[in-house]
Write a protein that binds this ligand. Structure first.
Ligand code: NA7
Length: 536
């Protein structure tokens, strides 16, 4: 190749969410010319796009922030234990300002293709207006849930009222006093339903699959409490670093059958009363792989739902029957079940009364027509790989990434792909996700160290090996064996029934432990990236 033809940038970064913000900061620290290209009108990523009412963290705010800058930790104050979207977006803006990153961020720039050019050893990116950008390195910071999907229901474009996906909530939209329908009861649907139920005229919830949930138990943080929480930051980050999926809720060390039913139930009551994911993650580990253990806890939670929903028929419909607790991402709720005790809220079970079509005025189910003013799609995302299919990624010899991954992702460490030199992924498939900002900090640091090493050692091209990809893919699949979550359809197993090529389950993410993941990835760095093809 001819490296005398210098690319426009050392590094291009796609996406200005938390990954992109941190990646730009790290590239600047290395003295590299970097630019972030972002489809949205500002930074924030997930927290820029998802503005639906009730959008907020399900993880404790202080465990879900950056830990890399003491100054930012000292200056930023959280006002709620589980911050709303508005506060998190402000946080992303605060960090961007503090690090003076915006001058190297280009917004309203939707990348349509990214092609590797072997002749000049660089990446060529093209946006939707046809503008082009070149760089030596490409860092994808696109998030795992950035492609909203709409239901594959006939007539979806026919509705003449207001209709929107939760991830594209219009700025001044109001549901107050209106006849509202919502399709989808995942984490997003649940947050939206419990919030809008306070002000709608009437609400019809179209539910295909109920989900296991648990109380969020959010509360404001007083300034005095913030001082105390700040003192605990090192302890909080250490707990996250030591835990299986980077959350601050350590798993119960005992097995579910090591103790009596009374002791188990006492622990569950205690966890149910605690804020956040404790009821899922501080539970017995065998719940995640032993069906009998899982059934015990699921039945216990089912009784909680029965206690909270007045109409026993509705309560039964809200209890999942085809998957166990925690085998899908557990949404957290605030008086979600009590919403169904309101006279103006109706749960429509699509298994009994399926939607036939969307009409100009509402929703036609098998048994009736429901007139609506507003129709909300809380129907999820083309998750994990969707961002990589939305852009035409082509590697060496014009090979398309979507073809390489047609049977499921194939990566080395979830960070790199064979045939796609100098491309590194923050939150790529087969990477550790869990508490995402914790994983982002690790992934971006790994990438920054790798680029630093290459730059200092005159390495122009670094590429995952075929063998390395084979071994990592095998390892990721091995880690997934026996986990009940992999026997269930969800975005985490790569299933989205609205997307034609996403009907089959895959292993989409790393399911070993986070400390284990970091150990393996750091060993590769310590071996000076000898596991990769390096060209000087
Ligand atoms: P999810 O968790 O993928 O949920 C999408 C919901 O939409 C789920 O209840 C789906 O039912 C439902 N859905 C999707 N398509 C249809 C059709 N065609 N008909 C009826 N119902 C449908 O997405 P979320 O946005 O809630 O959450 C994604 C993540 O964001 C979440 O886990 C957090 O990490 C943040 P299904 O279960 O497929 O039967």
């Amino acid at each position: 190749w001819d490296t005398n033809i210098a690319p426009d940038f050392d590094v291009l970064i796609i996406g200005a969410g938390l990954s992109g913000i941190y990646a730009l900061h790290r590239m600047r620290q290395l003295g590299l010319r970097a630019r972030v290209l972002e489809a949205g009108g500002a930074e924030g990523g997930t927290w820029y796009w998802n503005r639906y009412p009730g959008a907020r963290f399900d993880s404790e705010s202080y465990s879900y922030q950056f830990s890399f800058s003491q100054e930012i930790l000292d200056e930023w104050n959280w006002t709620e234990h589980f911050a709303p979207q508005t506060e998190t977006l402000k946080y992303a803006q605060f960090v961007t300002d503090k690090l003076d990153l915006r001058r190297d961020m280009q917004f309203n720039t939707s990348i349509k293709s990214a092609h590797w050019r072997d002749d000049t050893c660089s990446w060529l990116l093209t946006d939707e207006t046809g503008d082009q950008y070149t760089s030596r390195y490409l860092i994808t910071c696109m998030g795992i849930l950035n492609q909203p999907t709409y239901p594959n229901i006939p007539g979806v474009h026919d509705f003449k009222g207001e209709a929107f996906h939760t991830a594209r909530w219009p700025e001044h939209a109001s549901v107050d006093g209106k006849r509202v329908g919502i399709i989808g009861t995942g984490a997003t649907g649940i947050q939206t339903i419990q919030e809008i139920a306070k002000t709608v005229g009437s609400l019809k919830v179209f539910q295909r699959t109920p989900n296991w949930t648990g109380p969020l138990r959010n509360a404001p943080i007083t300034p005095e409490e913030m001082i105390e929480i700040r003192k605990r930051y090192p302890e909080i980050f250490k707990a996250c670093a030591d835990s299986h999926a980077c959350f601050m809720h350590p798993a119960e060390p005992r097995g579910m059958f090591d103790i009596s039913q009374e002791e188990r139930e006492a622990l569950w009551e205690d966890l149910y009363a605690k804020p956040g994911f404790a009821k899922w993650l501080s539970n017995f580990r065998d719940m995640h792989y032993d069906q009998k253990a899982n059934d015990l806890y699921s039945n216990w939670v089912a009784n909680k739902i029965r206690e909270r929903v007045k109409d026993p028929v509705v309560a039964e419909k809200l209890i999942p029957k085809n998957h166990g607790y925690g085998t899908r991402r557990v949404p957290l709720e605030t008086f979600y079940y009590e919403v169904y005790n309101q006279d103006n809220v109706e749960l429509i079970d699509l298994n009994e009364d399926p939607i036939q079509k969307i009409t100009e005025t509402g929703v036609q189910t098998a048994s009736r027509h429901i007139d609506l003013d507003v129709l909300i799609y809380a129907t999820g995302f083309d998750a994990v790989t969707g961002a990589f299919t939305a852009v035409d990624f082509q590697g060496v010899g014009g090979v398309k990434l979507k073809d390489v991954w047609s049977e499921g992702p194939r990566t080395q460490l979830g960070l790199t792909v064979h045939g796609f030199p100098n491309m590194m992924m923050s939150m790529g498939p087969h990477q550790m996700f869990g508490n995402i900002p914790r994983s982002i900090e690790y992934a971006v640091s790994w990438i920054a160290d790798c680029i630093k090493y290459c730059t200092e050692n005159h390495i122009n091209r670094i590429e995952a090996t075929e063998d390395g990809v084979e071994r990592w893919t095998e390892h990721v699949h091995k880690c997934a064996v026996g986990l009940l979550a992999n026997d269930v359809d969800s975005w985490m197993t790569g299933v989205n029934k609205n997307v034609s090529h996403k009907q089959k389950r895959i292993i989409a993410r790393y399911q070993g432990s986070a400390p284990g993941y970091r150990k393996l990835a750091s060993e590769v760095a310590a071996r000076n990236y000898a596991d990769f093809n390096l060209a000087y």
